[in-house]
Write a protein that binds this ligand. Structure first.
Ligand SMILES: Cc1cc2nc3c(=O)[nH]c(=O)nc-3n(C[C@H](O)[C@H](O)[C@H](O)COP(=O)(O)OP(=O)(O)OC[C@H]3O[C@@H](n4cnc5c(N)ncnc54)[C@H](O)[C@@H]3O)c2cc1C
Length: 417
């Protein structure tokens, strides 16, 4: 449309970010500004790159997102297969290609540019302040900071931007040998090259009123260290396009609401996430190893001492112990009820040797930065909260769709370039 947006990204360009992230996974060197959550490409860059969503999309904006991805180098099959995915390595080069397109159209990227403050005068955005003190004057800011920008949420709260706490889910990653999942899903055809690695989606409604479900299932993938803050451990999952690693992994998570948060403040969900991530860090030995426990031991309430069967894939390493210290009692009770129920759907799911790695806390944003019909913050004109951090997306595709909507709202308010 002829606009020349400036993209302010706290993290580094994707190649450098990849090195920083591997530095954490291999050498425990966490860079709080360049990691699985932060840097060019956002949270989905080191992922399975699953591209399906349950959002209502009457204008088929998801199709536009997929077409842009194909232009950037995604396999064409994502336009027609039922559950498209891209895998980590391809995502990295696609992110670079999309940057080149944006730049060729007049956009500008600034890496290592963290927005630390926002200037609001009489309820209207007038500019942003960067970490180095530089000020950029503007009346239009699209705020798409993701679910892990806790310092940014704190700043917005201090500035009085309207936000509310919102539900999310917590739990742990589970890993099985992929062959167990393939056998349960494909029967005698398991292992057939045309079928590839099987996936699953499970839900169980517990007697304590909680719902437990599988989330972000990664067939033939690995569990990844997804921390962005020192002294905290968080898990997530990723795969390559081939999905041919030995294990299947998924988060097994329990839905929680603001009623479970420690208090009624807007950022209480962030406090809850931090609390359990710190407990996981300590339980893992305070080295960024993640605490892990075999499913048989978890169900029998005894610590694990030795892996058998599925080798955990999380790096730097999994520290075998008990994960009870890393999650609230209601979540543990719900998971203990759900695992045998899941085993009835996928025989072997609650096998003794499957591994739980804790803790999974960043399933979605703990806040909503509420916006009105015009896409602007309820009380701050010119601020367009968008994507997952604002509570309006839950994955790569839905965040892309929301990005299109945000761009349209800015264009409507801004007028012709
Ligand atoms: C390991 C992993 C695997 C995943 N797998 C999948 C999957 O297979 N499929 C799927 O659909 N979803 C997956 N997700 C979720 C998906 O990545 C997110 O839903 C999606 O990236 C949200 O997009 P977003 O643009 O809203 O936010 P993000 O992608 O989080 O982007 C926010 C960006 O803002 C930057 N930022 C934050 N604060 C500031 C600031 N103050 N100043 C400047 N820049 C800032 C961050 O560095 C980041 O680049 C996965 C997530 C992770 C972590």
């Amino acid at each position: 449309m002829g606009y020349k947006p400036i993209i302010l990204e706290r993290g580094r360009a994707v190649r450098q970010r990849t090195k920083d992230t591997f530095g954490f996974w291999r050498q425990r060197r966490l860079d709080p500004e360049s990691n699985v959550q932060f840097g060019e490409g956002g949270a989905g860059t080191f992922s399975d790159g699953k591209l399906y969503s349950q959002i209502s999309d009457p204008r088929h904006l998801g199709r536009k997102v997929l077409e842009e991805f194909v232009r950037a180098g995604a396999p064409e099959e994502i336009l027609y297969v039922a559950k498209p995915h891209i895998g980590t390595y391809r995502l990295v080069s696609m992110v670079e290609s999309m940057r080149e397109t944006v730049e060729s159209l007049g956009g500008e990227y600034r890496f290592g540019c963290r927005v630390d403050d926002i200037e609001i005068v009489d309820g209207q955005v007038r500019g942003v302040v960067l970490a180095d003190g530089a000020v950029i004057r503007t009346d239009h800011v699209v705020l798409a900071v993701g679910h892990s920008a806790r310092d940014t949420f704190e700043m917005l709260h201090r500035r009085g931007v309207y936000m509310e706490p919102k539900p999310f889910s917590i739990g742990a990653r589970i890993e099985h040998p992929q062959s167990i999942i393939d056998a349960a899903r494909f029967g005698p055809q398991a292992g057939h090259p045309l079928l590839g690695a099987a996936d699953y989606k499970l839900v169980h409604h517990c007697s304590n009123g909680r719902t437990v479900y599988s989330f972000c299932m990664c067939p033939g993938g690995t569990v990844v260290a997804a921390a962005s803050e020192p002294g905290r451990v968080v898990t997530n999952g990723m795969s390559q396009y081939s999905r041919n690693e030995r294990n299947a992994n998924a988060a097994i998570v329990v839905g929680i609401t603001p009623a479970d948060f420690p208090d009624s403040s807007v950022l209480a969900g962030v406090a809850l996430q931090r609390h359990w991530e710190e407990r996981a860090y300590v339980a893992g030995g305070a080295t960024y190893d993640a605490p892990g426990q075999l499913v048989g031991d978890f169900l029998a309430r005894r610590p694990s001492t030795q892996v058998r069967g599925a080798l955990p894939s999380y790096t730097p390493a999994v520290h075998l112990t008990e994960i009870d210290a890393c999650l609230p009692d209601y979540a543990l009770a719900a998971m203990r009820e759900a695992l045998p129920a899941f085993d009835r759907k996928i025989p072997g799911f609650a096998m003794d040797d499957a591994i739980l790695t804790a803790v999974e806390t960043r399933t979605s944003s703990p806040v909503r930065i509420t916006r009105g019909e015009d896409g602007q913050s309820l009380n701050t004109r010119g601020l367009y909260p968008a994507g997952e951090g604002a509570g309006y997306a839950g994955g790569i595709l839905s965040a892309g769709v929301d990005g299109i909507r945000a761009a349209e709202w800015v264009a409507l308010a801004f007028g012709p370039a």
